[in-house]
Design a binder for this molecule. Structure first.
Ligand code: PLP
Length: 397
């Protein structure tokens, strides 16, 4: 039976809900998904790297052999063999990490939300890089912190800055490897200095590392969590090394913190899909990633080089850009008077898209910056898109 003439509801949203903002990137993705647009805007991994057949076989195997467990509710902290695998692979870096320190999450994005929930009160000081990952700013913003930006240069975050801003801070959020959005990495010396400085200041350090395995050449840099497992909170993800659609990430934290995170996760979603965790464990347990990740590195490394070469050919000399050695992004700094938001409108009119840099700044944005991703665009379209951008920029000089 349907009720007649219900009174219209005057929705009263919480103050928190009123502050929620859609990520700018998700908004422009709606435009850039049109196939005729050459989009350097997405932060999506290349679907060419998704191991569809391997995943299909693993789903089939897990469901045939262990379907009743896989389809049941599971523990909040996650599937133990997978947590053990993560603890062991991080322990190979020097530190002793135990599975009790590992909490599986629905993408590492959930880890950011949970960390915000248990560490940030309204007005808490939160230190972030300049610029920083937009999704982290968005996740932490819900808890209404006071963001303080920490200076970065071409070697990444500048640890000496912490003494100026760390007083009373709840945490420092850092992206040491092939940072989103700049593609920069923290030098090894800086990592040591950063961990030492945070330890001296008693400042919890979050090491968000979804791109660390995607180094084009050379071994991945040392992990900061291995230097001080009692003070560093490590975040990892299967999104960039396997597939993002499975929404599987994890956070590794000292025991008192991981217990709180687990309680927060229990309240949020009880647990991450047991089926997905069992499938991922089945895929990776015998070394699959050791053969798979080099293929991703080669594809991304080659496409990155195509973009860098095209930029060298088509961008005016007044433009600067980073030269990443891994990951998915290049960061461009235009002459000061060029506003990347306005440039985006002109670029979209010519069927090219990128992400303007402003949303990546917690405080004063540098409006003359932008982020380019090369991973989902084939080489000939990279060249064509960069040539168009180069002409648009040149016309503004
Ligand atoms: C730096 C960083 N952290 C976290 C995430 C979230 O990734 P996921 O939730 O897919 O693990 C992303 C996604 O692009 C990212 O770039």
């Amino acid at each position: 039976m349907k009720i007649e003439n219900p009174a219209p509801i005057q929705w009263r949203f919480s103050e928190r809900a009123d502050q929620l903002q859609s990520s700018f990137i998700r908004e422009i993705l709606k435009i850039t998904q049109q196939p005729e647009i050459i989009s350097f805007a997405g932060g999506l991994p290349s679907p060419l790297t998704f191991p569809v057949d391997t995943m299909k076989a693993a789903f089939d195997k897990v469901l045939s052999e262990n379907g009743k467990v896989a389809l049941q509710y599971g523990p909040t902290d996650g599937y133990l063999p997978l947590r053990q695998w993560i603890a062991d692979s991080l322990s190979a870096n020097g530190a002793k990490i135990v599975p009790e320190q590992v909490l599986m999450t629905s993408g590492s994005q959930q880890a950011l939300d949970l960390l915000g929930k248990v560490l940030i009160d309204e007005g808490s000081r939160v230190l972030v890089e300049t610029p920083s990952y937009l999704g982290a700013l968005q996740a932490f913003s819900v808890y209404r912190p006071e963001f303080k930006s920490v200076e970065t240069d071409e070697h990444g975050l500048v640890p000496a800055w912490l003494d100026k801003v760390a007083a009373g801070a709840r945490l420092l959020y850092a992206l040491p490897n092939f940072q989103n959005p700049t593609g920069r990495s923290l030098s090894v010396e800086r990592r040591v200095e950063l961990v030492e400085t945070c330890a001296r200041l008693g400042l919890p350090l979050i090491e968000d590392d979804p791109y660390g395995a995607l180094s084009y050449k050379g071994a991945p840099a040392p992990k900061m969590v291995a230097m001080n497992p009692d003070g560093v909170i490590y975040m990892g993800s299967f999104s960039k090394v396997l597939t993002p659609g499975i929404r599987l990430g994890y956070v590794v934290a000292p025991l008192p913190l991981v217990r709180r995170l687990e309680l927060a996760k229990q309240a949020a979603d009880l647990h991450t899909s047991q089926l997905t965790q069992m499938v991922v464990y089945d895929v990776i347990k015998d070394g699959f990633l050791d053969q798979h990740i080099p293929k991703i590195r080669t594809l991304y490394g080659d496409q990155c080089q195509v973009m860098l070469d095209a930029m060298a050919q088509h961008f005016p000399s007044a433009v600067q850009w980073t030269k990443p050695e891994g990951g998915m992004f290049i960061w461009v700094t235009l002459p000061k008077h060029i506003d990347a938001m306005k440039l985006l409108d002109e670029a979209i009119a010519q069927k090219v898209a990128f992400v303007p840099g402003s949303p990546f700044y917690a405080n004063e944005p540098e409006t003359n910056t932008l982020r380019l991703s090369f991973v989902t665009v084939p080489p000939e379209r990279i060249r064509a898109g960069i040539e168009i951008l180069g002409k648009l920029i040149a016309a503004k000089l």
